[in-house]
Design a protein around this ligand. Structure first.
Ligand SMILES: C[S@@+](CC[C@H](N)C(=O)[O-])C[C@H]1O[C@@H](n2cnc3c(N)ncnc32)[C@H](O)[C@@H]1O
Length: 350
């Protein structure tokens, strides 16, 4: 006689999957719920409301396959094909780095620099020129109400370049929040650019985001006002196993002993690709501050340079990150909390 397994309820499936993921994931229950919600095409909250529902055989098989892949440390975002960044949804797969919540700080800092630039232009001739630049950008909280005003204040097209765009998350977020900006997004990986193209289309930005294939800034057609980048900066040997196993090494490997090879080259190129009065915003590893600052000062001797530390990062994550959907919590690119990233930005005056 053939024994058939009784149909399992959502509650049972989640309990089994959580137990299966316990040894490999820091967030086994969350992962189990995200994957089941994905398979069923439901919002996650509905799983809790309908815990006695029994998915059909095909759905259970699809779910179990995803749970096995997760047990093999594949990021949840690759399994569901989506990740939220700065309140926006992006398609992601193994061709690109999964956008991290800490990178949202880079958007905050970039938007506050743009805001102050536009305020500066607005007040030029009446309030002097330097005061507004001297403020701490992190004191300016950017919210959806004042975003629309950013480009209007300046009244001129702002050009932004996202160097190493990957999924296009940074370029798309900035383009959406700065409606008059023209954004260039470069990557050396043609595969990553294909994903970025899908995301640019998804957000209807093909007229304002131009994707360019090339090495760092070299693909840019002209100097820009704002250079932003989250380049590869990790030391591969120190990255979490799951990250190293599944995410593109081209997006992770910062080269040299401290992972700073890309900063060295990027900051070497940057003076030729930045307009007078422009700014650079970089995400860096927390252990790289002094080295990257030295490189920045070498390239921009007269620049005002600011290093943003972890406290700001935590605030930024709390404000904008979607921790509920984040399979890494506050861990960073596979680094444990002891090594959070930080961002450095620098400006110089015309
Ligand atoms: C850390 S990922 C960042 C992706 C995305 N900007 C984000 O923040 O999620 C770095 C990206 O830089 C790209 N990259 C690596 N070397 C590069 C180079 N020499 N020139 C341009 N892009 C490069 C990688 O392909 C990868 O997409």
């Amino acid at each position: 006689m053939i024994m058939t397994m009784p149909q399992q309820s959502i509650r049972q499936l989640l309990a089994q999957a959580s137990a299966r993921l316990q040894p490999s994931s820091a967030t086994p229950r969350l992962d189990a719920e995200l994957l089941l919600a994905h398979v069923l095409g439901w919002p996650r909250a509905r799983l809790l409301a309908e815990g006695t529902h029994t998915p059909d055989v095909a759905q259970v098989a699809a779910y179990e396959a995803l749970v096995e892949r997760r047990a093999n440390l594949e990021p949840v975002a690759y399994l569901t094909g989506e990740r939220e960044f700065y309140g926006l949804l992006f398609h992601v797969d193994g061709r690109v780095l999964v956008p991290r919540p800490e990178t949202e700080l880079l958007i905050d800092v970039a938007l506050s620099i743009i805001h102050r630039r536009d305020t500066h232009i607005h007040h030029k001739g009446t309030k002097g020129t330097k005061d507004s630049f001297a403020e701490d950008p992190t004191r300016l909280r950017v919210d959806s109400k004042n975003l629309g005003a950013l480009s209007v204040l300046g009244g001129e097209t702002l050009t932004i370049a996202d160097i190493g765009t990957g999924s296009g998350a940074i370029a798309v977020a900035l383009a959406l929040h700065v409606p008059q900006a023209q954004v260039y997004a470069t990557d050396i990986s043609a595969e990553a650019l294909a994903v970025a193209l899908a995301n640019v289309a998804r957000h209807g930005l093909h007229q304002r985001v131009t994707l360019l294939h090339g090495d760092l800034c070299e693909a840019l057609p002209k100097p820009v006002d704002l250079l932003v980048s989250n380049p590869p900066y990790t030391v591969l040997a120190e990255v979490d196993e799951g990250v190293r196993r599944h995410e593109p090494h081209l997006a992770l490997d910062g080269g040299e002993p401290q992972g700073i090879a890309l900063y060295r080259r990027l900051l070497g190129q940057a003076p030729r690709y930045l307009r007078p009065g422009g700014a650079v915003v970089l995400e860096i590893g927390s252990w790289q501050g002094e080295t990257v600052l030295a490189l920045a000062r070498e390239s921009f001797p007269g620049a005002e340079v600011t290093l943003h530390m972890q406290g700001t990062m935590a605030a930024s994550i709390a404000s904008f990150g979607n921790i509920a959907n984040c399979s890494y919590g506050l861990g960073v690119r596979g680094y444990p909390d002891r090594r959070p990233p930080t961002a450095v930005w620098l400006t110089f005056h015309a």
